[in-house]
Write a protein that binds this ligand. Structure first.
Ligand SMILES: Nc1ncnc2c1ncn2[C@@H]1O[C@H](COP(=O)(O)OP(=O)(O)OP(=O)(O)O)[C@@H](O)[C@H]1O
Ligand SMILES: [Mg+2]
Length: 717
C-alpha cells in the first residue's frame, strides 16, 4: 500500500500530529477538530511507517463502542487486521491485565466484577456487621469515600486520620469491605484500576514485560483521566514507549468522578520532548452552532484557551423552544423528528440529549406514541435490570461460589422460604470462620444451625447451583443461560407479575440469552465464554450496543454523548436547577463543569440544534416553574431563533399540534390570533391546554417572548 494515503483527508496541523516523531505528543483542541481522527490515523501511520506489529500498540478510548469503531477504522486504513492491538477503556484494559495475571494480582481466577449496586450491597452488609447505624453512617457515603480513596490510589493503610471520626470510621469500613471482597473474589470498578496499577508497580518483571511490548500508548479524551489512570499511563510509558494524548480542557466533565484537568498540565511538565499541537478548524458543525458553543464556554474563567473556526457557512440558526411543560416538550420533539424522517432523513441521525436520566421517561412516551423507534444509550442499563441481574447472580455463583454478592441476591430470589433469620445465621457463621456465604451455608446445614424447613430449602438451593454448574458448563453459553432461567424458577416468578411488566421481563431474558450467543465463538481466546460474558455484562453495562443497522433515534445523557456527533440534536430541559444542575449551582467550579457539559452538548450537533425548556416541570415529585437556563441566555441573540407557532411559521412546526385545530374556539379566541395583555402588551396566541378553569394559553408577546398563562386570570382582550 501507499503509506502516504493514510495522510489523505487531513489538514496540515493534523498531519503534523499524525506524523510527529516525538516521544510525547499532546493534541489540545476543541470539539470536532479531528482529535479522534488524528488518533486513528496516527495508529495506522505508525504501524505502516515503522512496520510495527499492532501487538506493540495500546490505545485507550472513552467507551467500548469507541474502541470497536477505532479498531475497525484503523483496519480499513491499513487494509489488514489489527486485532492484536490492545484497545479499550481504562476499565476494560485493566480487566484484561488482571485476567491475564490474576495470580500475580492476588486474585482468584474466577474473580468477578462488582457493579456499583452490588458494591453498595456489600458495603451495607459490612457496615451492618460493624453495628454502624445507617442513619448516622449512610452506606452511599461510605461507598463514595472508598471509591475516592481508590481513585487517588490509597489503601486503608495509606489514609491518615488524625483522630477525625469521619475518616477513621470510613477507613475501617474500607478495610472490612476490602476483606469481604477478598473472600468473595470480587473487584469493583475503582478496584480494577487500582489493582492493575499496583500489579505493574509491584511486579518488576511484568512491568518490564509490558514496557517492552508497548512501543506506543495513545489516549483519547485525556482531559477526563483521574489520578490512578494517569499513574498507570506513566508506569506503562516509563521506558521507551512513545505516548500520544488528545484532549480538550473545555470538555472535562467528570470532575465529580475524580478526573483532573490538571493532568494535561502535568503531562506537559512531566514528559520530555513533548510536542504540542493545536487544531483549530472544526469540521463537524455549522458556523451558528460553533459560535454558540464558543460564546457559552467563553464564560468560564479557567481555560487553556483556543480558537475554533469553520470553513462552512452559518447554516440554520439555533432553534429555542419554550414548552408549557415536559409533556409538551416531548411532543414537540417527537413531531419534529417525524417531520425530519418524512423528509427522507434517518432516525439514527437524530439525538435527544438531557442532563438527567429521569427525563427520558416522558420522552419515550411520546416517541412510542408517534411510533418512532429509539434506543437509550448509556441510561438503558440492560444489565442493571432486576431480572437480568437475578439471572446473572445465578450464573456468577455457579462459576464462582465465593461470590457473596451473587449469593445474597440469588439465595432468596425467587423466595424459597428462607427467612431473614436463617440468612443472618449464615452470615454470622461466615463471619466467624472468615469464609464465604457459600461455604458457610453448607456448614450451617451440616451443624444443623437452621430449622429443618430452612435447611431443606437451603439444600435445594445449593444443589441447584452445584448441579447447574456440573450439568451446564459444557453447553453453549446461551443454552446455559436458558437452562438457568428455567431451573431457577425465575421465569415462573416474573410470570406472576402483571401483564406489561412480565412481558418486558420475558423479552429482556430472551435478549440476555441472545446477547450471550456472541460469546459462544472464539473471539476471546484467553477467556472462557462465560468469563468473557460476565465481564462484558459488568463492563458494558449502560453501554448497550445500539444495533448499528437499526434505524432509531438516540437518547442519552449529555455525559454519555461525549465524542459522538449527530446531524440533528435536541437538548431537552434547558432550565436553571435542571441544567445547570441544582447541586452544582452554588460552587463556581461545579458551575464551570456544567458549562463544559453544555459545550459538549452543543458541539454534538452537525447541522441543526434545538434547545428546549419547559415553563412548568414536574421535578423530584413536585411541580416547579423553572427559569430558562443561563446557557441559553449566553448564546448571542443573532444565532438563536425562537420557534413560534403563529401563522408565519413553517408548516412542519404546526404538525406538533396537529391535534389542535386553528378554528377551535378558546374562550372566544382562536390560535394565531393577536391578543392584548394588560401587562405584556400584544402577542400571538400560539397554543392552549386544559379546559374550563384549568384552561391555559401560550402567547408569544412582542415584549417578553413566549409565556403560558392561566386563561381565567390572564385578562386577555
Ligand atoms: N481534515 C478533515 N477533513 C474532513 N473531515 C474531517 C477532518 N478532520 C475531522 N473531520 C471530521 O470532523 C468530525 C469531527 O472529528 P472528530 O470526531 O475526530 O473530532 P474530535 O476533535 O475528536 O471531537 P470531540 O472533541 O467531540 O471528540 C468527524 O466527522 C471527522 O470525520
Ligand atoms: Mg473525539
Amino acid at each position: 500500500m501507499d503509506v502516504t494515503s493514510i495522510l489523505d483527508g487531513l489538514n496540515k496541523a493534523q498531519r503534523d500530529a499524525v506524523t510527529a516523531q516525538n516521544r510525547a505528543l499532546l493534541v489540545l483542541a476543541g470539539a470536532g477538530s479531528g482529535k479522534t481522527r488524528v488518533l486513528v490515523h496516527r495508529i495506522a501511520w505508525i504501524i505502516a511507517m515503522q512496520n510495527l506489529s499492532p501487538h506493540s500498540i495500546i490505545a485507550v478510548t472513552f467507551t467500548n463502542k469507541a474502541a470497536h469503531e477505532m479498531k475497525s477504522r484503523v483496519e480499513s486504513l491499513l487494509g489488514r487486521s489489527a486485532s492484536s492491538m490492545w484497545i479499550g477503556t481504562f476499565h476494560g484494559l485493566a480487566h484484561r491485565l488482571l485476567r491475564a495475571h490474576a495470580m500475580d494480582a492476588e486474585l482468584p481466577d474466577t474473580f468477578q466484577i462488582l457493579d456499583s449496586d452490588d458494591q453498595l450491597r456489600v458495603i451495607k452488609r459490612v457496615m451492618k456487621e460493624m453495628n454502624l447505624d445507617e442513619n448516622e453512617w449512610p452506606a452511599k457515603q461510605a461507598q463514595w469515600f472508598i471509591n475516592k480513596q481508590k481513585d487517588d490510589g490509597r489503601r486503608p493503610a495509606d489514609i491518615q486520620h488524625y483522630g477525625d471520626l469521619f475518616t477513621s470510621v470510613h477507613c475501617n469500613v474500607y478495610q472490612q469491605y476490602q476483606d469481604a471482597c477478598k473472600i468473595g473474589g470480587l473487584v469493583d470498578f475503582a478496584e480494577l484500576l487500582l489493582r492493575a496499577y499496583e500489579l505493574l508497580r509491584d511486579n518488576q518483571h511484568l512491568r518490564e514485560h509490558y514496557q517492552q511490548r508497548f512501543q506506543h500508548l495513545l489516549v483519547d479524551e485525556f482531559q477526563d483521566t483521574n489520578s490512578i489512570q494517569y499513574a498507570w499511563l506513566k508506569l506503562i510509558s516509563a521506558s521507551d514507549c512513545a505516548i500520544s494524548i488528545v484532549g480538550d480542557d473545555d470538555q472535562s466533565i467528570y470532575g465529580w468522578r475524580g478526573a483532573q484537568i490538571e493532568n494535561i498540565r502535568r503531562f506537559a511538565q512531566e514528559y520530555d520532548d513533548v510536542k504540542t499541537i493545536r487544531l483549530e478548524q472544526n469540521y463537524r458543525s455549522t458556523g451558528a452552532i460553533l459560535k454558540a458553543a464558543n460564546a457559552v464556554i467563553a464564560n468560564n474563567q479557567d481555560r487553556m484557551g483556543k480558537n475554533l473556526w469553520t470553513e462552512g457557512g452559518d447554516g440554520e440558526p439555533i432553534s429555542v423552544y419554550a414548552a408549557f411543560n415536559e409533556q409538551e416538550e416531548a411532543r414537540f420533539i417527537a413531531a419534529r423528528i417525524k417531520d425530519w424522517y418524512e423528509q427522507g432523513n434517518s432516525y439514527r441521525d437524530c439525538a435527544i440529549l438531557y442532563r438527567s436520566n429521569a427525563q427520558s421517561r416522558v420522552l419515550e412516551e411520546f416517541l412510542l406514541q408517534k411510533q418512532i423507534p429509539y434506543r437509550i444509550y448509556g441510561g438503558f442499563k440492560f444489565f442493571e435490570r432486576a431480572e437480568v441481574k437475578d439471572t446473572m447472580a445465578y450464573l456468577r455463583l455457579m462459576y464462582n461460589s465465593q461470590d457473596d454478592a451473587a449469593f445474597e441476591r440469588a439465595v432468596n430470589t425467587p423466595p424459597r422460604g428462607l427467612g431473614q433469620k436463617s440468612i443472618e445465621k449464615i452470615r454470622e457463621l461466615a463471619r466467624e470462620k472468615s469464609v464465604s456465604l457459600w461455604e458457610s451455608a453448607w456448614h450451617a446445614i451440616e451443624i444443623k444451625a437452621l430449622s429443618p424447613k430452612a435447611s431443606k430449602s437451603l439444600q435445594g438451593f445449593l444443589d441447584l447451583i452445584k448441579n447447574g454448574y456440573e450439568d451446564f458448563h459444557d453447553l453453549p453459553l446461551s443454552e446455559q443461560i436458558q437452562l438457568t432461567i428455567e431451573s431457577s424458577n425465575l421465569m415462573e416468578m416474573y410470570a406472576k407479575e402483571k401483564g406489561e411488566k412480565a412481558l418486558a421481563r420475558k423479552e429482556n431474558l430472551a435478549e440476555l440469552a441472545g446477547a450471550a450467543r456472541e460469546f459462544d465463538g472464539d473471539d476471546y481466546p484467553d477467556l472462557s465464554p462465560m468469563t468473557a460474558f460476565l465481564a462484558h455484562a459488568s463492563l458494558e453495562a449502560g453501554e448497550t450496543q445500539a444495533d448499528q443497522y437499526e434505524d432509531c433515534v438516540q437518547l442519552m445523557t449529555l455525559h454519555s454523548a461525549k465524542g459522538l456527533e449527530f446531524p440533528m440534536v435536541f437538548i431537552a430541559g434547558m432550565e436553571e436547577k435542571l441544567f445547570p444542575h441544582m447541586m452544582s449551582m452554588d460552587e463556581p467550579e461545579k458551575l464551570e463543569e456544567e458549562r463544559r457539559l453544555a459545550y459538549v452538548g452543543i458541539t454534538r450537533a452537525m447541522k441543526k440544534l434545538f434547545l428546549l425548556y419547559a415553563e412548568k416541570r414536574r421535578l423530584w415529585g413536585k411541580d416547579t416553574y423553572p427559569a430558562i437556563s443561563r446557557f441559553i441566555r449566553e448564546i448571542p441573540a443573532e444565532l438563536k431563533e425562537e420557534v413560534r407557532l403563529n401563522s408565519q411559521i413553517s408548516q412542519p412546526m404546526f404538525n406538533a399540534f396537529e391535534h389542535k385545530d386553528t378554528t377551535t374556539d378558546i374562550n372566544g379566541f382562536k390560535l394565531g390570533q393577536i391578543v392584548e395583555h394588560p401587562k405584556y402588551g400584544s402577542g400571538v396566541l400560539l397554543n392552549f391546554e386544559g379546559e374550563g378553569d384549568q384552561l391555559r394559553v401560550q402567547v408569544n408577546f412582542e415584549t417578553v417572548g413566549t409565556k403560558w398563562l392561566m386563561m381565567a386570570y390572564a385578562r386577555l382582550t
